[in-house]
Design a protein around this ligand. Structure first.
Ligand code: JFZ
Length: 431
């Protein structure tokens, strides 16, 4: 039987996601204890006996899923995605498939349960990240995984490994996540590489199961690709396990993302605040809030989403540098959210002084520079605009009629007033 892609069903389930535009990624697990990023076991070639002690130290006295969800909502985010299991194989949920789970640590709690409850209580859509790689499972192949910490160990021959046994385990964990935690809005699989992609994960079987349990869930494209590549959604014949959105990592595509037929694909740039996803105590190179806000605008102006990451520490707290940035983004979003949520491409050329976003008839000019004199807006016809106002305050921006130039003819000017500074130096939005 050949797979028949149902475009109408696809557009129905992706609609909320295209409108949401802004979400929070949360990377949390045992790696928060050594505090050198989520790849620490691999990067430092830690054998099992060096990593396992973190399991008995995982107490996280400050863990409060509601506080995470509140921080996301107050930043203006519409959804949250948590690492239910990362590459280290440690499960933040009460699975029957392994003892390597948060309920067996000193914390003793089902983190995923508290997370989904908290997200819903804060009115957020909820997603789970699930790693296809698993450095803990004895049947996950080490040879061929260039990043596996045991790859140079002559004792770890793969001939004794049964990859199908791992896949049974992985599918069963996904089944648990899709069965025990209510309606999930997003499943974020991570990631395919080399010949480990698509059917290597028994992906059709996996997705059939997921869709039967969670008919509306939106799924990323990493059962097919890594952070690079679009996947088969971009083609005329999506695979049965096609992703619903493209997941560029740490980059914003220059002109958004389009399918082979030119249609706009749903996509989401995932972005860290510093240089790590998981908590890294020595990583203080944080992007300024202004850059994060403009990156969000950049994504929306190109028809995409931004998934902004936080890495809670071993106590379970989001680091202060991250909280400061979330708060600054929230201050901007409270005043300007109408230019983000529900918005997309304006269909106008990018202006030299900022960006455009649009929601139906509402056109939003994101001003980064203050021109000398009135602001010319040649992209928009003089008769297409009823009025202009600062989105943050509602104050009218007079349409300038006092200045004309024969070379310009009847173009639209915005009279920004006498103050040479823009009201918001990060992004002043004129509707
Ligand atoms: C993956 C994870 O490895 C990483 O820890 C984090 O969770 C991120 C969101 O996703 O990162 C990747 C995945 C694939 C590649 C690079 C980073 N890749 O194939 O180049």
């Amino acid at each position: 039987m050949t797979y028949q892609f149902d475009r109408a069903a696809y557009e129905r389930r992706i609609a909320w996601y295209r409108r949401a535009r802004f979400g929070m990624f949360i990377h949390w697990g045992l790696y928060a204890i050594p505090a050198r990023g989520e790849w620490v076991r691999s990067v430092e070639q830690m054998p099992e006996e060096e990593y396992l002690p973190f399991f008995d130290e995982f107490a996280a006295p400050d863990f409060d899923a509601r506080a995470w969800a509140r921080a996301a909502r107050e930043a203006g985010m519409r959804y949250v995605v948590l690492t239910a299991k990362h590459h280290d194989g440690f499960c933040l949920f009460d699975t029957a498939t392994t003892d390597f789970k948060s309920t067996n640590t000193p914390l003793g709690r089902d983190v995923v349960r508290e997370f989904v409850d908290a997200a819903r209580a804060e009115g957020l859509r909820v997603g789970l990240y699930y790693s296809l790689l698993d450095w803990h499972h004895p049947d996950y192949p080490h040879y061929g995984d260039r990043n596996h910490p045991m790859r140079n160990d002559p004792e770890c021959g793969n001939e004794r490994r049964d990859f199908n046994r791992y896949l049974d385990y992985m599918h069963e964990q996904v089944r648990e996540l899709c069965t025990n935690y209510g309606t999930l809005d997003i499943l974020w699989f991570d990631f395919s590489y080399d010949d480990m992609r698509g059917e290597a994960w028994r992906a059709t079987e996996l997705i059939d199961m997921v869709r039967s349990l969670q008919p509306g869930v939106v799924i990323d494209n990493r059962l097919e690709v890594s952070g690079e590549g679009y996947g088969s959604l971009a083609t005329a014949h999506p695979a049965p396990f096609h992703g619903d959105f493209v997941s560029p990592e740490q980059m914003i595509p220059p002109d958004g993302i389009h399918g082979e037929d030119g249609s706009e694909l749903a996509w989401e740039s995932c972005v860290t605040m510093n240089r790590n996803w998981g908590y890294a105590a020595d990583d203080h190179l944080f992007k300024p809030a202004s850059m994060l806000i403009r990156s969000l605008v950049e994504c929306v102006s190109k028809g995409g989403n931004m998934l902004l990451n936080v890495g809670p520490d071993a106590r379970g707290a989001i680091p202060p540098e991250s909280m400061e940035r979330l708060a600054a983004i929230g201050r901007w979003m409270r005043l300007n959210r109408d230019s983000i949520v529900g918005c997309g491409r304006a269909g106008l050329p990018r202006p030299e002084y900022g960006r455009w976003t649009r929601n139906g008839d509402r056109l939003f000019l994101h001003l980064y520079d203050r021109p000398v004199g009135s602001l010319p807006i040649p992209e928009v016809g003089r008769d297409q605009v009823a009025s202009m106002r600062y989105l943050a305050t509602g104050a009218e921006v007079p349409v300038s009629t006092s200045w004309t130039h024969s070379d310009y003819g009847e173009i639209l000017f915005a009279d920004l007033g006498p103050d040479p500074c823009l009201p918001d130096p990060i992004d002043t939005v004129v509707e």
